[in-house]
Design a protein around this ligand. Structure first.
Ligand code: BTN
Length: 310
């Protein structure tokens, strides 16, 4: 690990505290001059570090730059982490990479963030988390369950880290206070030689503290946090990777399905599906939606439902 990386991690773990150059030098095992040089480098990279003359350094938390070494520092096992300041779409970047078992592409901003059904996912810099995890698909993996399992993984982390209960809009959106705050786009890569899906790329976008949205999203989109809440996107990314890995490995036991159903914002509510009114009765073991109308039930595995209200 470089001095920059060690220093960034130490400061990130001690945000909002004045730390002397001497302490930092001891922590990083280098001279005070090296610390002073490394601090300048971090400021250039966007770290909001205040230099207090003759006293030390002070990192204000908030929009901490994303860093692969910092994300890896918070993980139980090292993974391939690629961090970019700007990409078109992290899903597109992930598709170009030599993929292993588990890895992650994270970006501070996306210029062509995509959602389901060709929709745009608004991805401004600093205030959100946009990442794609690639996971190896085995012959036993039920790919149909992945998006729902990932929604549960995200929901668990947001509860654990911020004590916030997100609701799920079948199949891939997460809502808070009636507004969409996160979305999931699951795509696959196909291996021509074996004629099978070899990786799944799960793209997840979270509006963390975005407070201004384009007009067309104004009434639909929201954020998880107030813009003045402090958080580390590196630590959050690591928690999400751990949670995703755990759910993915145990997906076939189906334990996450009840959690998903309980979080459905449309459960037992009236919805429109293909211009008809239905009541949502839950999901089945494949995470397909169960709809009821005049005593008759149907099961749908794709499409859009529109919540009518209570
Ligand atoms: C949706 O709204 O339908 C899903 C949105 C998924 C957005 C994420 S952000 C990271 C990844 N890259 C993309 O282009 N899309 C996903």
């Amino acid at each position: 690990m470089t001095v920059h990386e060690k220093l960034a991690i130490y400061l990130e773990q001690n945000t909002n505290q004045l730390i002397s150059g001497q302490t930092l030098a001891e922590q990083c095992n280098v001279s005070r001059q090296s610390i002073s040089k490394a601090i300048k480098g971090l400021i250039e990279k966007g770290y909001a570090i205040d230099i207090v003359r003759n006293k030390g350094y002070y990192l204000k938390e908030g929009y901490l730059p994303l860093s692969a070494s910092s994300i890896n520092h918070y993980l139980n096992h090292e993974h391939q982490i690629y961090v970019y300041s700007e990409v078109t779409s992290t899903n597109d970047v992930a598709k170009q990479l030599p993929l292993e078992h588990l890895g992650c592409v994270v970006a501070n901003k996306q210029t062509k963030g995509r959602g389901r059904l060709g929709r745009v996912f608004y991805s401004p810099e600093n205030t959100g988390l946009y990442f794609s995890i690639y996971l190896k698909v085995e012959s036993t993996t039920n790919t149909q369950l992945i998006t729902a399992a990932m929604a549960v993984a995200v929901k668990r982390v947001i509860k654990e880290v911020f004590d916030i209960d997100l609701q799920i809009k079948w199949v891939n959106d997460l809502f808070y206070h009636g507004k969409k705050v996160a979305g999931i786009l699951t795509e696959t890569t196909f291996d021509l030689e074996s004629q099978s899906i070899n990786h799944v790329i799960v793209g997840i976008g979270l509006n963390l503290s975005t407070d201004i949205f384009p007009d067309e999203l104004g009434t639909i989109a929201g954020s998880i946090l107030n813009s003045n809440v402090v958080y580390s996107r590196n630590r959050l990314t690591a928690s999400l990777i751990e949670s995703i890995d755990k759910v993915y490995k145990t997906m076939s036991d189906g334990h996450f399905i009840k959690e998903y159903e309980d979080a459905l914002m449309s459960l037992n509510k009236r919805v429109y599906y293909q211009n008809q009114e239905w009541i949502v009765r839950g999901i089945d073991e494949y995470c397909c939606l169960i709809l009821e109308r005049d005593g008759k039930r149907i099961i749908i595995n794709s499409g859009e439902i529109v919540l009518i209200g209570d």
